[in-house]
Design a protein around this ligand. Structure first.
Ligand code: FES
Ligand SMILES: [Fe+2]
Length: 382
C-alpha cells in the first residue's frame, strides 16, 4: 500500500466521523436464508466455489523446512502437502495409487520418501513413484509415470500455500492476478515474512458465510462485544473496498477520528485501525498493530464449519519467552471476542429451521455483507 492510499483511508474515516455517518451503500439489501440453510446450495458452493478457485491450504511456515510435510483432511480431501529438497511446495492426494490406502498417517514431519503402509509402494516428495515390491513378477510393464501421486495445482505466495482442491484441475491461476490488486497491500504488510505463533481450530455449528459476515460490519461491535473489544472502537464505523472477488475493510479504533488534530506525517493506518482482508473463498486476515490473525475457514456441511484461528507474527520479532506470552495473550483476547460472534452465529443457524424469516436484511452500513454474498452468487452463476 502506498502512502497516499494509507492517508486516503484515514481521511475517509475522519470525514465520516465528522459527519457522524457510517459508510453507506445506496440501498438496503435482502439475503435469502436458503443461502445459508439449503444443503443443495451448499453442494453447489463446494463444486463451483471451493473446488474451482484458489483456496489457501496452509501457511508457508507450517511447511517451513526442506522435505517437510503436512497431512490433513481438507474440504473433504485427504491432502498431503510437501516441500521438496529444492524448497518447492506440492499438494497431492494422500491416497495410494495401488489400492487406495492412506499413504501418510502422521500429520506432520520431514520425509523425502513416502511409503504406503499396506504393500510398501513408495513415492518421492515430488510425487514420483519410486519403488514397487515384487514389481517384475506382479506388475510387468507397469506404466510408472502414470502412477505418480495425484497432484493438486499448487502455488505459494505471500506466506500461504494455495491449491485448487480438485485433482482434475489442470492449473492454478497466478496468485497475484487472482488477488486483483491486493499485492501492494500484502507487500506493505510483509506477509511473506511471518510465522504462526499460536493456532487453534474450533468446530462451529453455522454456515461458513454466517461466520465471514460477522467480520464485515461494525454495527454489532458496541452491542455484542460490549464488555470485550467493543469499547475500543467507534460505534458502527467501517469502510470497505472490493478487489475483484476480495475485500479490504478498515476498522478504526477510537483514536483515529481524532487524528485530524495531528500532522498527517504522524498518521499510521495500522497504529489506529485494524484491517480485515476477506480473500474469497476461505481466508480472512485481521491485521492488528504488530501481527495478524489468520482465519482459515473450512466448510464441512451447510451448518458446520471448521474455523482455524492463528496468530501470525513477523519472523523478525524476537522469539523470547516474553514475546511468546504477548502473542498468547493477544490470541486469547481475540478468541474471546470471536467466541461471542460464534455463539450468535450458531443461534442464527439454529433459527433457520423455524423458517420464520425468509430473508435477512443488510442495512446500508452492512453493504460489505451484500457484496460478499453477490460475489458468491456470481461464482455460482459462472
Ligand atoms: S494399497 Fe498402497 S501399496 Fe497397496
Ligand atoms: Fe464480532
Amino acid at each position: 500500500m502506498d502512502r497516499e492510499t494509507e492517508l486516503g483511508l484515514i481521511r475517509e474515516i475522519i470525514g465520516l466521523a465528522e459527519q457522524k455517518s457510517a459508510f453507506l451503500d445506496a440501498e438496503i439489501a435482502h439475503s435469502p436464508i436458503s443461502r445459508y440453510s439449503s444443503p443443495e446450495r451448499f453442494e453447489r458452493e463446494m463444486a463451483l466455489v471451493f473446488r474451482r478457485r484458489p483456496v489457501v491450504a496452509a501457511h508457508s511456515s507450517e511447511l517451513e523446512s526442506e522435505n517437510a510435510f503436512l497431512s490433513k483432511d481438507f474440504l473433504g480431501l485427504p491432502l498431503l502437502l510437501t516441500r521438496d529438497g529444492e524448497g518447492k511446495a506440492h499438494a497431492f492426494l494422500n491416497v495410494c495409487r495401488h489400492r487406495g490406502a492412506k499413504i501418510e498417517r502422521e500429520t506432520s514431519g520431514c520425509k523425502r520418501v513416502f511409503t504406503c503402509p499396506y504393500h510398501a509402494w513408495s513415492w518421492s516428495n515430488q510425487g514420483v513413484l519410486r519403488a514397487v515390491p515384487q514389481e517384475a513378477q506382479g506388475f510387468p510393464d507397469l506404466p510408472r509415470s502414470e502412477r505418480g501421486l495425484r497432484r493438486l495445482p499448487t502455488a505459494e505466495a505471500h506466506g500461504f500455500i494455495w491449491i485448487i482442491a480438485n485433482p482434475d484441475a489442470a492449473d492454478i491461476p497466478d496468485i497475484d492476478e487472482w488477488l486483483s490488486g491486493l499485492t501492494p497491500d500484502f507487500d506493505w504488510l510483509g506477509l511473506s515474512d511471518h510465522r504462526i505463533a499460536v493456532m487453534e481450530t474450533i468446530e462451529i455449528n453455522a454456515n461458513w458465510k454466517v461466520l465471514i459476515e460477522g467480520g464485515l460490519e461494525a454495527y454489532h461491535f458496541r452491542i455484542a462485544h460490549k464488555t470485550t473489544i467493543g469499547p475500543h472502537f467507534p460505534d458502527n464505523l467501517l469502510t470497505y473496498r472490493q478487489f475483484g472477488p476480495h475485500m479490504r475493510a478498515v476498522l478504526p479504533r477510537n483514536a483515529m477520528p481524532q487524528l485530524g488534530d495531528t500532522p498527517e506525517e504522524d498518521w499510521a493506518l495500522r497504529k489506529d485501525a485494524n484491517l480485515v482482508y476477506t480473500l474469497m473463498p476461505n481466508t480472512q486476515m485481521l491485521v492488528q498493530q504488530d501481527h495478524f490473525m489468520w482465519f482459515h475457514i473450512e466448510p464441512v456441511s451447510v451448518d458446520k464449519t471448521f474455523f482455524r484461528s492463528a496468530t501470525v507474527v513477523p519472523k523478525s520479532a524476537p522469539s523470547t519467552e516474553e514475546m511468546e506470552k504477548h502473542w498468547q495473550t493477544n490470541h486469547r483476547i481475540s478468541i474471546t471476542a470471536l467466541k461471542e460472534d460464534f455463539e450468535i452465529g450458531e443461534e442464527i443457524q439454529a433459527g433457520f429451521a423455524s423458517r420464520g424469516n425468509p430473508s435477512h436484511l443488510f442495512g446500508r452500513f452492512e453493504g460489505a455483507l451484500n457484496r460478499f454474498n453477490l460475489t458468491v452468487e456470481e461464482m455460482l452463476a459462472s
